[in-house]
Each structure stands twice: as C-alpha cells, then as structure tokens.
Design a protein around this ligand. Sequence first.
Ligand SMILES: Cc1cc2nc3c(=O)[nH]c(=O)nc-3n(C[C@H](O)[C@H](O)[C@H](O)COP(=O)(O)O)c2cc1C
Ligand code: SF4
Length: 430
Amino acid sequence: MTNKKVLTTRFEKMNDPTDVQDYCALSGYEGLKKALQMKKEDILEELEAALLRGRGGAAFPLGKKWRHLFYSKGSPKYIVCNADEGEPGTFKDKALLDFDPLALIEGMTIAGYLFDSPQGYIYIRGEYRHLHDRLNAALENARRMNLLGKNILGIADFDYDIRIISGAGAYVCGENSALLNSIEGKTGRPRVKPPHLADVGLYLKPTLVNNVESYACVPYILRYGGEAFKSLGTEDGGGTKLICLTGHVKNRGLYEVNLGTSLYEILYSEEYGGGSSTGRPLKFIHFGGQSGPIGSVSQLEDCIYSYDGMWDKDLSVGSGAIVVMDDSVSIIDYLTQVAAFFTHESCGKCTPCRIGTLRILEMLEKFQQGMGMPGDMQRFNAMLTHVTQLSACGLGQSASTAIFSAMQAFPKEFEQVIDTKAEKVQEVMW
Ligand SMILES: Cc1cc2nc3c(=O)[nH]c(=O)nc-3n(C[C@H](O)[C@H](O)[C@H](O)COP(=O)(O)O)c2cc1C
Ligand code: SF4
C-alpha cells in the first residue's frame, strides 16, 4: 500500500483554488480529458474496478450506482451532489469545497458526460456562505474556459451546467430523497423508497446522488485507472479516506489516510492524532458522526481503519468523523447530547422517530441523574429497538446506533444508573 494522496494534493498549493489554470497546472481536468477519449462502458469498468465506496456514510459502491443509472430508462438524467454535510464532527466536504472546488466540479462534469445529463446540482447548506461564493467563482471560471455550458471543450451536444442550491440547515436534508424534495422546493422530508432514485429521482427523473468526496475521487480514477485507486486502500474498499479527528487528541484536524491504516496509528502517531491531549487515558471513539457507532479504545488495539476492518468490530467508517474522548467523559452524558441532537433533527414525519427520539432523550436524562428504576433497561432496550426498526428513514434507523454500541462497550456505566433501592415499577413495555 502506497501512502499517496488523492484528495489533498492540491490543498494550499494553488494561488486561487477557483482558478482553472491553477487547477490544470496540478493535473486538473486530466480525468475529464481521459474520459472523453474512452468508451462509456470502459468508464464504468474503471469506476467498478476502483471499488470506491460512497463517502457520504452509507459506503455503497459508486461504480454499481453509476451502472444502475447508466442503464436506467428515462431522460433527462440529473447529477446531484450532496454537500449538506450536517453530520457533527465532520468537516471534510467543507475543506474540499474550500481548497479544491474544481475537483468536485470535474467529477460532476465526468458524470454529466457519461449520463448525457443537461444539469447538475450542488446542494449545500445556506449557512456555509463563504463556500457558496467559492463554488460560484469556480463554476463561473469553468464556464469561462468552456468546461461548463454549451459544447464543452468543443464537443457537439456536450451541454452541461451546474447550479448551486442552498439548503436551510436541516440534518435530514442530507438524506438523499429529502434533499431532492428540498431542491424541488418541497419540505425537506424523506420519500418512501423504492423506487430507487436512479429510476425516479429529481422531478421524477433518473438521478445520481453522490457525496462531495465521492465525486472528487472520480477524476483520479479516470486519470490513473481503477486498479491504481483501489491499491491505495484494501480489497473491500479502494482509495484514501478523509478523516476528521476531533476531541481529546493532540493533533485535531483533517487528514487523508489510506484505507487499511491501523486505528492505533491514527490515534497515537505524531503524523495523525498524537495521543491524548489531556494527559488522561483515551476512553472511547465515536465513528462516522452522530449516527455512527461508539467503540472503547481499549478494545480496538488491533482495529484496521478500512470498511471490513471496522465492520468486523461492529463499527463503521461512515462520514469519516472520529471523535475521541478521554476517561473524564461519562458515556451517559455523551449519549444524552447525541440523543438531544436526534430529538432536535427528527423531521416528525413518522411517529416512532418523532416521539421515540424524545423518549430516548428523557430516559437518558433520568439515567444522568442516577434515577433509573429497576426494569428501565428492558424498557430502554425496547424503545431503542422500536425506533430503529419502525422509523422510515436513515435518521430514525440510526438514532440508536451510538447507544446500542456504547451499551456493549461500557455495560457497567449503564448498570450504575439504576437506583437499586427504588421500588420496581410495574412492567409497562413501551
Ligand atoms: C439523516 C441523514 C443525513 C445524511 N447526511 C448526509 C450528508 O450530509 N452528506 C452526504 O453526502 N450524505 C448524507 N447522507 C447519506 C445520503 O443519503 C446518501 O447516502 C449519500 O449522499 C450518497 O452519496 P455517496 O454514495 O457518495 O456516499 C445522509 C443520510 C441520512 C439518513
Ligand atoms: S425517521 Fe425521523 S427523520 Fe426520517 S422520516 Fe421518520 S420522522 Fe422524519
């Protein structure tokens, strides 16, 4: 495995990251130029060989998704970039938009060419104002250089442009179907699936939705080949991954790591986390944002940061967020904050999530005060299971992930919240 970078090579090396000439001086647009010389089927094959898993969190192989859209009936096809990045602890898409916005635009233009799409959309949160300006400047510069617009690079009928759509700042609008509703001007609530968005998406037309980091990998794959990209990672997921290290580590920040790097290296080596920032032992790690699982540091000594490596430990890479906490942090306090987030962000469309996330928060607040009653753990488990299994979208379905995993990793902290002297209340299962 080579320690080569894919996504951060141009960071802070361009005078103006929105300038096409600066971008081209550092291999920009070589992926698109290569794609234009290839048969479309060969483009799909390279993407499949790369085994790039979607970087938005769900880890679905990008090549498979693009093949599905390619053979989907219906026209026009739309290209959508999910730049909502509302996941707490995650700031890698913002960094890409800030330091290398043309990499995303090039990736989306390759998609535009492959799918004969007339229009791409970048959905970004309204509050990321300076990134709108950055993206606008990059799009305008690309248009000026005939890399967007009519007859791109002189190719007849290659007409494609990209618009920015501003979101109003709801976590659920990062869910791909809620995002499409929001672009259409509807309330940002998830749609019922199936149908698959590649068949019935934006304005009921076949639509591709990918994350910023996923699109930004595409030019590299076409320039160097799918196998070259895959070899930077592991057999179950190719390439490098942007990770966002925060919490009680010395060197907090954004890093690009090869998939397959040891988790301990990420936490303790000076190249990455550099170990505890407080002098206290590290206790737990929350992976992939609020909807991701928690692992105990002491149980993860042999953990490999790759898709399979994490799944083997019931963990996940998710968005790439890695929040590290030392032993001064109570797991119950931490989870209460996580639950408050989901209560706030539930869109309210379905009852198990709307009411369930609130009940989970209330139960955790009760535990925080040491006022758990005998029988509460069974009730709590039932609540978590109901919310997971009965919610309509990924928000409710993953609202309990952190709690379930923390209960496995730190069972004693949950035992301690039950006041054993309290009288057992009659069993009322929720
Ligand atoms: C509640 C919720 C929020 C999400 N937020 C984001 C987000 O901010 N950015 C993102 O790329 N994907 C987000 N996703 C995942 C998307 O639904 C979708 O899987 C992703 O955009 C697909 O792109 P990818 O395959 O390139 O990862 C979210 C999913 C859920 C359920
Ligand atoms: S699970 Fe939650 S966020 Fe998703 S549709 Fe239902 S209420 Fe809305």
